[in-house]
Ligand binder design. Structure first.
Ligand SMILES: Nc1ncnc2c1ncn2[C@@H]1O[C@H](COP(=O)(O)OP(=O)(O)O)[C@@H](O)[C@H]1O
Ligand SMILES: [Mg+2]
Length: 242
């Protein structure tokens, strides 16, 4: 059975993956600005953003009431909701959807939390296969330095504190995120990630991403398939562009 469903829609799906502090959000935001500047309809999608389950996840996290499999199922529910209500309709309309984390995040995180690799892959089989998936490879120290430089504390779940790996939050972050890195690294050949050296400058990484996108979408970028319609459909164009 193939891992994901093929993208049968007019639009495209671009995904960024990597541990916290690897620079995903910075890069996908720059990439989407660039695509928009070319007149392409672009939409954003974030992990854990569906109103349907956000509140449940928040409450459950607080009380530590989920097992690894229930956590995984809740995230998959959230993802399914977002895919069906938001990502797929936008792709049907011909937009480029830029996703900040995708099913691969579950393949890394949920496995480190204790569910089996094949079980979680099977769970997400309904997901649409991305046209391009970038993986931002970064050493732990660099990621940690960026997180601590940008705000003053590591988040409890980001450090995997609930797993009891260490009482020291920084040490726990290293162990937990280190294991997630191992999962991502093992996924590279399996998933066909485009690996970006995330220690490079913001500009260099962005340039590499644009070259990869041009190589993948060259024809549709040139023929205007992904472009916002100039007339006749202004309303749809505007809502896609938000
Ligand atoms: N190439 C880079 N070099 C130095 N700092 C960076 C780089 N890319 C991102 N940052 C900074 O690192 C922090 C984390 O970046 P962010 O894009 O939020 O990462 P992520 O979304 O992967 O957690 C931010 O403060 C950001 O400005
Ligand atoms: Mg981010």
């Amino acid at each position: 059975m193939p891992l994901f469903a093929a993208n049968r829609y007019k639009g495209k799906l671009i995904v960024v993956e990597g541990i916290d502090g690897s620079g995903k959000s910075t890069q996908i935001s720059l990439l989407s600005q660039w695509l928009r500047s070319k007149g392409i309809a672009v939409a954003f999608s974030e992990w854990n953003s569906s109103p349907l389950v956000r509140e449940t996840t928040r409450r459950g996290k607080k009380k530590e009431m989920f097992t690894p499999s229930t956590f995984s199922l809740i995230h998959a529910t959230d993802f399914a909701d977002r895919l069906e209500r938001y990502i797929v309709p936008l792709m049907k309309a011909g937009a480029v959807v830029c996703a900040d984390r995708y099913a691969y995040t579950a393949f890394g995180r949920d496995v480190v939390r204790g569910v089996s690799r094949s079980w979680v892959r099977n769970l997400y089989r309904f997901a649409v296969r991305p046209n391009v998936a970038f993986y931002f490879r970064v050493p732990l120290d660099v990621a940690l330095g960026r997180i601590l430089g940008g705000r003053d504390a590591i988040k409890y779940y980001e450090a995997g504190m609930d797993l009891g790996l260490s009482r020291d939050i920084e040490e726990s972050f290293r162990i937990f995120q280190g294991r997630i890195i191992d999962e991502y690294e093992a996924m590279i050949p399996e998933m066909g990630f485009h690996v970006i050296d995330a220690t490079g400058s913001i500009e260099d990484q962005q340039e590499q991403m644009r070259q990869i996108v041009i190589a993948e979408f060259g024809e549709s970028l040139a023929t205007g398939v992904l472009h916002v319609k100039e007339s006749g459909n202004a309303e749809t164009g505007a809502s896609i562009l938000r």
